[in-house]
Design a protein around this ligand. Structure first.
Ligand code: BG6
Length: 478
C-alpha cells in the first residue's frame, strides 16, 4: 500500500449536489474504510441551505444508503467517518461569508496538518467557479497564500468553461489564486482502469508500438454511446450539448492517449506534454470540410424533455472525423462517435490496421472483413481484443475474423477502484498525471470551437431513439 497522505481538510462546495451524493461521499467513505486516508482528516460540506453539522451527517448517511447500496455502513467505522463531517452555510457570491468558512476550517482543524493541507472540491455549477475561486483568494484561503508550508489544492469539475474564451478566463482567475501544480481539472474518464491502461498497453509491449503509426494503421474509431437520454439534466444540456459534454473532454482525452508519443518519463508533466502536443496537432474544422467530417444529431423527443426548449437545436449526437497533423498520424482518420439514446451503452476504441499487401484468400475488398484490429472495450466490458484472420475449418481456404481477448475480470482478481476513488486519492497525494493541464484544456476547446464554428447554423439531424444516430453519419467514413 502507498504511503499515507498528509492529514488534510477537504472542503466540498456544492455539499447538496448530485455529484457529491453519488460520487464524492461514497468514495471518501470507502477510501477511509480501506485505509487510504490519513489518520486525521476532516470533510467540510459547503452549501446554500441552512444545515447543522448533525443535519449534514444525517444527509450524508441518507445519500450513502440511497445511492451506494453496495457500501457497508458498519456502525463504528461509519460513526468515526461521521464525526469528521462538518457543514458551513455559505452564499457563494458573498465575499464576506468566506470569513465564516475560514473560521470553521480553523475551528475543526485542531490536529496537526489539517489547516495546513486543504483540498477544495468545486462540485458546483460551472458559472460559480470563478466567483468561488476569487472569494477564496480574498479570504486568504487560496493556494498561493500558504503561510505554513503546507498545501491548498483545488479540484474543478467539468465543464471547465464553455468555450476557449471562457476557459482562458477561468485559467487566469484560478491562476491568480492557485499555482498550476495545485490545480486538478478532473475528467473522470482518466480515472477509469482501462483508460489508464491504454498508455501501459502501448508502451510496455514491444510488439505494438512499432506498428502504431500511419504506416500500419488504417484508422482509429472511438465510440462513446449511451442507451439513455439526458435524464433530468435538461437545463445543463441546453447549455452544453454533446460536444461540450463528451467530446471536449472524454473523447479528446481518449484520442490523446491513443496518439501521444512515448513520454520522456512517467512524471505528470512529461505525460501531459505529449497529450498536449497531440491536441495541438489536431486539424481545425472548417466550413469547407464540415459537410463530411461533422454530423450532429438530436434524438427524437429531446425537445419534449424537461427544461428543454421546444425548438432546441442542441446536439445529443456527434460523428466526427479528426486528423492529427503530425509525422506519426498524417492521413490517418480518427473517427469519434458519441451520443445519447443510442442502441446500446458502450465505450470502445477500435484500431484497424492496414491490409497485407497481397490478399491470397479472397478478393482484395474482402480484406476489411479480417483486417487486424486492436479493440479496447472501456465499458461495460473491460477487455482488450486482438482480431486476426484464421482459416475456417474445412476443405476450402476461407478466412474468418477471430479474437484473442484479455479480460480484466478473469485476469485480475482484485476489484479496481472507481474513477472517483482513484482521482480523489491522486489529488490528495498530489499526483497530477490524470488531471488536465491548462494547455490541454485550451487546445481541446479550440478544437470544439472550430467544430461549432464550422457547422454554424446547421441544425442537428433527428434520429430515432435506440438507433445508431442519424443515417447520414456514415458520411464521415467517405
Ligand atoms: C459525464 C457526462 O461526464 O459522463 C454524462 O456529463 C455522461 O453526460 C457521463 O453520461 C458518462 O460517464 P460514465 O463513466 O458513466 O460512462
Amino acid at each position: 500500500m502507498q504511503e499515507k497522505p498528509d492529514n488534510f481538510t477537504a472542503v466540498i462546495f456544492g455539499a447538496n449536489s448530485d455529484l457529491a451524493a453519488r460520487k464524492l461521499y461514497p468514495s471518501l467513505y470507502e477510501l477511509a474504510q480501506w485505509g487510504h486516508l490519513p489518520d486525521e482528516y476532516r470533510i467540510i460540506g459547503v452549501g446554500r441551505s441552512a444545515l447543522s453539522h448533525e443535519d449534514f451527517r444525517a444527509l450524508v448517511h441518507e445519500k450513502l444508503v440511497a445511492f451506494s447500496p453496495g457500501i457497508v455502513l458498519d456502525e463504528s467505522p461509519f460513526k468515526a467517518f461521521c464525526s469528521r463531517l462538518f457543514y458551513v452555510r455559505l452564499d457563494f457570491k458573498d465575499g464576506d461569508s468566506y470569513k465564516d468558512l475560514y473560521r470553521e476550517i480553523m475551528a475543526v482543524s485542531h490536529e496537526a496538518g489539517l489547516f495546513e493541507h486543504i483540498l477544495y472540491y468545486l462540485a458546483t455549477p460551472p458559472d460559480l467557479a470563478p466567483v468561488i475561486i476569487r472569494n477564496l483568494g480574498h479570504a486568504g484561503l487560496g493556494g498561493n497564500q500558504e503561510s505554513c508550508g503546507g498545501w491548498r489544492k483545488i479540484i474543478v469539475e467539468k465543464p471547465y468553461g464553455r468555450d476557449l474564451e471562457t476557459a482562458r478566463q477561468l485559467n487566469v482567475v484560478i491562476g491568480e489564486v492557485f499555482g498550476e501544480d495545485r490545480i486538478f481539472r478532473i475528467d473522470h474518464y482518466l480515472g477509469k482502469e482501462p483508460v489508464q491502461n491504454i498508455m501501459v498497453f502501448r508502451f510496455s509491449n514491444g510488439i505494438f508500438e512499432p506498428l502504431w503509426t500511419r504506416n500500419y494503421i488504417a484508422n482509429v474509431e472511438i465510440t462513446i454511446a449511451e442507451d439513455f437520454g439526458i435524464r433530468d439534466r435538461g437545463a445543463f444540456y441546453e447549455e452544453a450539448g454533446l460536444l461540450r459534454d463528451i467530446v471536449q473532454n472524454h473523447a479528446l482525452q481518449l484520442l490523446a492517449a491513443l496518439a501521444m508519443e512515448p513520454p520522456v518519463d512517467l512524471s505528470a508533466d512529461s505525460v501531459r506534454d505529449e497529450k498536449a502536443k497531440v491536441l495541438r496537432s489536431i486539424r481545425p474544422f472548417t466550413a469547407d470540410t464540415a459537410g463530411e467530417s461533422v454530423i450532429l444529431g438530436q434524438y427524437e423527443g429531446y425537445r419534449s424533455e424537461k427544461n428543454v426548449a421546444p425548438d432546441s437545436t442542441v446536439e445529443t449526437f456527434a460523428a466526427l472525423k479528426f486528423h492529427v497533423d503530425n509525422w506519426r498520424w498524417k492521413d490517418v482518420p480518427f473517427y469519434v462517435k458519441a451520443g445519447k439514446n443510442l442502441a446500446e451503452t458502450l465505450t470502445r476504441i477500435v484500431i484497424t490496421f492496414k491490409c497485407p499487401p497481397q490478399n491470397y484468400f479472397g478478393p482484395a475488398e474482402s480484406c476489411s472483413y479480417t483486417a487486424n484490429q486492436v479493440v479496447f472495450s472501456i465499458q461495460p466490458e473491460e477487455t482488450i481484443a486482438l482480431r486476426f484472420g484464421a482459416k475456417r475449418p474445412g476443405e476450402a481456404i476461407i478466412t474468418d475474423p477471430v479474437y484473442m481477448k484479455f479480460d480484466y475480470k478473469t485476469s485480475f482478481s482484485e476489484a479496481g477502484m472507481t474513477p472517483y476513488h482513484r482521482l480523489l486519492l491522486d489529488a490528495i497525494s498530489g499526483e497530477q498525471m490524470n488531471f488536465i493541464r491548462q494547455d490541454s484544456v485550451e487546445h481541446s476547446w479550440a478544437i470544439v470551437d472550430s467544430i461549432r464554428g464550422a457547422v454554424n447554423g446547421r441544425s442537428p439531424e433527428l434520429y430515432p431513439i435506440h438507433s445508431h444516430g442519424p443515417e447520414s453519419s456514415v458520411r464521415i467514413y467517405s
